[in-house]
Design a binder for this molecule. Structure first.
Ligand code: GTP
Ligand code: MN
Ligand code: MN
Length: 392
């Protein structure tokens, strides 16, 4: 009787964009193993396998409680034989032997170390490993030719691989606000990515910039970047013009007037003082609070303990015209799997093409406008899922 009830309780729709996935995960023992296998597949350039593991992990993340028996998996989507084997192994032995073997393998660790360098993807890492390079130290000693991004990635390796906190994200946000306000008053900034979904830490900080008057945002990125650079905030930056019209992403092509997407992958220099300012400016009444005093004390200490008084932080900036803002906001909020599932839903279930620029109806042969994320979900025939529940 209880088992039947369990089976009933554990039912989820098959697309991640049809489900609410909060950060509260009752099945992390399983999803950690599946995520490690997904990462490994992605680093091996086996994206199909990677997605299969990520979909399975996302199904378990959406469950209201911990899985305790294989029977509970009956009727759940996206759990193929391989994933079921991993889950059974954990249920029976406490660990997944495959995940553990991968975690300990020399190849996995070399790929993880090398792709952990900003500017290094799976293919480059594989090439270096075939040249006998298995660690960051070996790469440093190898004298290999590195591009500008990879040089910066090596230079700031330790900082970049240390998670960014919410306080640091807010401090970066203050700096970006100042930059944008001084080059284009009236422009608006939104925090996107994992922090918008409520994550407490991230691998970077993501921002989307727009202006309420269409066209005013044009050419904004180079101005923002040169302001930031002149103030000494940038350790690295690569600014890209919108490549949207050249992309082969199918029919979700907007009219040429929309060819205005610009973005910047950067590394910020965040000083201890800037972080402190953000902490105190945000909650002035809380500065008497023992916990926030402790935080400031810790910050001061790192500044005076012989360490450098700043850290490098990865920051992504995107500029979007207001007419595409809702699509850009939805597209840059993530999670990556949630985005992938939204596009799959649009294509397979609705005959529509969704991108970070537009939504195209392949049957009506027209673009569907939207001024908010809610309108995009409505066009797609989906219940609205707020950012905090897109953590698939
Ligand atoms: P952490 O940064 O690790 O905390 O997670 P995150 O969810 O913020 O990941 P990330 O910063 O890598 O990406 C944030 C969102 O931006 C995700 O939804 C991605 O799909 C999206 N994104 C990242 N790169 C690109 C890109 O090149 N093009 C588009 N359109 N979207 C991207
Ligand atoms: Mn991010
Ligand atoms: Mn990012």
């Amino acid at each position: 009787q209880t088992e039947e009830a369990d089976v009933m309780l554990l039912s989820v729709p098959s697309y991640a964009c049809q489900r609410k996935t909060t950060l509260q995960n009752h099945n992390s023992v399983f999803t950690d193993a599946l995520t490690l296998l997904a990462e490994n597949a992605e680093m091996e350039d086996e994206d199909g396998r990677g997605v299969a593991f990520r979909r399975a992990a996302a199904v378990l993340k959406a469950l209201p409680k911990a899985v305790t028996s294989m029977k509970q998996l009956n009727g759940l989507p996206c759990l193929g034989d391989h994933c079921q084997r991993v889950i059974r192994d954990i249920l029976e032995n406490g660990i997944s032997s495959e995940a553990e073997a991968t975690r300990q393998s020399e190849r996995y660790n070399a790929l993880k170390a090398l792709t952990g360098i900003f500017g290094v993807g799976a293919k480059t890492a594989d090439r270096w490993i075939r040249d006998g390079i298995r660690s960051v130290a070996m790469l440093r000693d190898s004298g290999h030719a590195l591009n500008r991004a990879q040089l910066a990635g090596l230079q700031y390796y330790d900082d970049i691989n240390q998670p960014v906190t919410r306080a640091e994200a807010d401090a970066i946000g203050d700096i970006v606000e100042r930059a944008v306000a001084s080059v284009l008053p009236g422009a608006q900034i939104s925090l996107t990515g994992g922090f918008r979904r409520g994550k407490l830490t991230g691998h970077d900080v993501d921002f989307l910039i727009t202006h309420p008057e269409e066209g005013r945002e044009e050419g904004l990125m180079p101005k923002v970047v040169s302001w930031l650079d002149s103030q000494g905030f940038l350790l690295y930056q690569k600014t890209m013009r919108n490549s949207y019209l050249e992309s082969k992403d199918g029919p979700a092509r907007p009219p040429s007037s929309m060819d205005r997407f610009e973005r910047c992958f950067s590394i910020f220099k965040l000083t201890t003082e800037q972080k402190q300012e953000a902490l105190t400016a945000e909650a002035p009444t809380e500065s008497q609070h023992p916990e926030s005093q402790m935080k400031c004390g810790e910050l001061k200490e790192t500044g005076h303990a012989g360490h450098k008084p700043w850290r490098a932080v990865r920051v992504d900036l995107v500029v979007s015209p207001i007419s595409q803002f809702a699509f850009a906001l939805l597209g840059w909020t993530g999670s990556k799997l949630f985005e992938r599932e939204l596009r799959r839903w649009a294509g397979y279930e609705k005959a529509m093409s969704l991108s970070s620029h537009a939504l195209y109806d392949n049957v009506q042969k027209r673009y569907l406008r939207a001024a908010s994320e809610q309108e995009i979900f409505a066009h797609l025939g989906l219940e609205y899922i707020p950012p905090a529940e897109r953590n698939a």
